[in-house]
Design a protein around this ligand. Structure first.
Ligand SMILES: *Cc1c(COP(=O)(O)O)cnc(C)c1O
Length: 388
């Protein structure tokens, strides 16, 4: 029987401490291992130290994959996976709304390698089909998307990939393996920025890829040459973080759902974007491909100009970059992740200046609501107090 998520998180892959019988995996910091009488030459950049292997078993189990690899960052995982399946003359179709770093990798580097690319116009399966060319080798999606939490139909993408002989890849960071397992729907390769929910404490930078043994071998062959491996100390720390991932993410799901409902009902909030809301246009799709709706939501205030004032008025929820920590944080995409786009490009993508992206933490729901409530009240009182 397949083990449940918290059992996988706690136990799968752990290294038995045969010498001292300690409860956790020992940390092996060695960069040098004996080579006599062993087939496997162990070395950190070969991605096969004891702690790396242990962690990869856990990640593979979490994504129902045959194998996995961990990298020094999410971008190392993404760049290595893409370049393992693309060569000069090939073409890739990518979703229009993807992580800024991935977007930059494509725009700034792919011309040098002679790899052609198209971004879709929308996020429907037909938008992807429309961009397929004879030389298209890879299709790349990210769902839920950043920062508007729009969904891509995972089954539909896997199906057009199979029909057109393309390798399908997904950035599964926003959902985490707790809420979404794309390999179950026929996607070939699943990628995570482990800096986010896998790490979960805003203190680890790492990436992960999981897939079939055959595809992971191909990614490994490039990975060892590019050299983006993760230090064993961080590997060990990430293994520890993963033990509580199920608990953390489920608490974040619950908080996000309640906050989304609270914000939707608030008179000073114009819009809320959260796949768990019944009025999210893709709520049915969300139910069919996610086990939980995630800890990320976005919203717009009615008085968009008051957004900075609102952010300053919050006491518990800090404004900061990045996401997925146990602490709640929020940011303005127009001022941070999407600041390099022109105001027009942002509007085209539906990102208004008043949009706020909220990474919901594990604090008590009532405390988070109380903080939002006092900040919303303070800006609406501020409005009344202003001289006409
Ligand atoms: C952060 C992030 C990445 C990049 O990960 P790094 O660990 O910062 O390299 C990729 N995709 C998504 C969706 C992210 O949020």
């Amino acid at each position: 029987m397949k083990k449940g998520i918290n059992t996988i998180c706690t136990h799968v892959g752990e290294i038995e401490d045969e010498v001292y019988k300690g409860a956790i995996s020992p940390l092996y910091m060695s960069t040098s291992y004996a080579y006599e009488d062993v087939d496997i030459k162990r070395y950190p950049r070969y991605f096969n130290t004891p702690n790396q292997e242990a962690l990869c078993k856990k990640i593979a189990a979490l994504e129902n994959a045959e194998a996995a690899l961990i990298f020094g960052s999410g971008m190392a995982a993404i760049s290595t996976s893409l370049l393992a399946f693309l060569r000069a003359g090939d073409h890739i179709v990518l979703q229009n709304q993807i992580y800024g770093g991935t977007h930059n990798l494509i725009l700034e580097e792919f011309d040098k390698y002679g790899i052609a690319y198209s971004f879709t116009r929308g996020m429907e399966v037909s938008d992807f089909e429309a961009e397929i060319q004879e030389n298209t080798k890879v299709v790349y999606i990210e769902t839920p998307s950043n920062p508007l939490l729009q969904l891509t139909d995972i089954r539909g993408i896997a199906e057009i990939a199979k029909r057109n002989n393309m390798v399908s890849m997904i950035d599964n960071t926003f959902a985490s393996p707790v809420n979404q397992n794309p390999l179950d729907f026929g996607i070939d390769i699943v990628i995570h920025s482990a800096t986010k929910y896998m790490g979960g404490h805003s203190d680890i930078c790492a990436g992960a890829v999981a897939s079939s043994g055959v595809y992971m071998e191909r990614i490994f062959q490039l990975a060892k040459n590019l050299g983006g491996s993760l230090s064993d100390y961080t590997v060990w720390l990430l293994e520890r973080s993963l033990k509580t991932m199920g608990l953390r993410v489920r608490a974040q799901n619950e908080n996000a759902q309640k906050l989304a409902e609270y914000l939707s009902a608030h008179k000073d909030v114009a819009r809320v974007y959260y796949p768990g809301l019944k009025d999210h246009p893709q709520h049915e799709l969300a139910k069919s491909q996610m086990h939980g709706f995630g800890g990320m939501l976005s919203f717009e205030l009615k008085h968009a100009k008051k957004t900075p004032e609102f952010q300053n008025a919050l006491r518990l929820v800090k404004s900061s970059m990045s996401l997925a920590g146990v602490e709640s944080t929020l940011l303005s995409p127009a001022k941070t992740s999407h600041a390099l786009l022109s105001a027009e490009e942002r509007l085209q993508q539906g990102i208004s200046d008043g949009l706020i992206r909220f990474s919901v933490g594990i604090e008590e729901t009532e405390d988070l609501i109380a903080d939002l409530e006092q900040a919303l009240r303070s800006i609406s009182q501020g409005k009344k107090a202003l001289p006409v």
